[in-house]
Design a protein. Structure first.
Length: 306
């Protein structure tokens, strides 16, 4: 299995040009807006489920809630983070068992719709038709939603409690302070690896490829993750100096900011898929040229032997 990091024989500049053209041809911008809508539908049912599950553990002033909001605010734009925090406040005050089940089902259904939209876009990117029955497509979407969600939650656990977990193990197992330092350093590469695996699962299972190939870290996953991080922090920087949405749109400004951040996130995932798709197409083209060259050489050898 050829490494995708050979870029299918393309130079980085050639790959950038091809991906840019396909991003335009496949309307990635419009499809990212569609994803933003699905993400918004899935977010608040997911919050209802998580907060209902956590119950009083995430009540006002709890360490868990404070740590969660601090880390969300580092990535999400300020107004969007405030909107999410306000929603959490409302949900905590009215949490219950019924909301737990409703939040779980609604979040899973809405999020799987978003995964279905990703599947459709990746099929377009790879130039393949959808031949799987509807129940299989839904099963794949739900399975991917659960798998990716677990990886994201595990990443959050490492970010929020990685240091405390290392100190607990060091104190009870006797691993020493060196282990604590090593763990705190290693937890960040571990988080990146988990996110790469999440991207890899999407790019492996979502498109309807006949013979998909698994790669732990692909150029598309790297590009998607970098685009998401750069886009998120650039958007935060822009809002820090030029945030006029709240003044212009009032309370709707926070919703607009949240939708824009979801748009950036969806665009990053789809753009990464386009990168992998173009590398795959370039690899196939290179293989075909090599096969044709071998056939020509064989025919020449046969002519010489005759």
């Amino acid at each position: 299995m050829a490494s995708m990091w050979n870029l299918g024989g393309l130079t980085p500049l050639q790959l950038v040009k091809r991906v840019g053209q396909e991003v335009s041809n496949d309307d990635i911008s419009g499809r990212a807006a569609q994803l933003a809508y699905y993400f918004l539908l899935a977010l608040f049912p997911l919050l209802i489920f998580l907060i209902s599950l956590l119950g009083f553990m995430a009540g006002a002033g709890s360490d868990l809630r404070q740590a969660l909001m601090e880390n969300l605010s580092r990535v999400m734009p300020g107004s969007a983070s405030d909107l999410v925090q306000k929603t959490i406040d409302d949900v905590v005050r009215a949490s219950g068992g019924g909301k737990l089940l409703f939040g779980l089902l609604a979040a899973l259904w809405a999020a799987s719709n978003g995964m279905g939209a990703i599947t459709e876009t990746l099929n377009v990117a790879y130039g393949v038709g959808e031949t799987r029955p509807w129940w299989k497509r839904r099963a794949v979407a739900v399975g991917l939603t659960i798998g990716v969600s677990l990886l994201v939650i595990l990443s959050l656990v490492l970010v929020l409690y990685g240091g405390k977990l290392a100190e607990f193990l060091s104190a009870h197992v006797g691993l020493g302070s060196t282990f604590v330092i090593a763990w705190k350093i290693a937890q960040w590469p571990s988080v990146l690896i988990l996110m790469f695996i999440a991207f890899g699962l999407i790019y492996y299972f979502a498109p309807n490829l006949k013979k998909p190939e698994w790669h732990w870290i692909t150029p598309g996953a790297a590009v998607g993750l970098v685009l998401w991080l750069l886009g998120s922090f650039a958007f935060r920087l822009y809002l820090h100096y030029f945030n006029s949405y709240s003044a212009t749109y009032g309370s709707l400004g926070a919703v607009i900011i949240l939708m824009l951040w979801f748009y950036i996130s969806g665009f990053a995932v789809l753009a990464g898929g386009e990168v992998n798709s173009e590398i795959g197409k370039a690899t196939e083209e290179s293989d075909k040229r090599e096969q044709q060259q071998r056939r020509v050489e064989q025919e020449l050898q046969q002519l010489k032997a005759a």
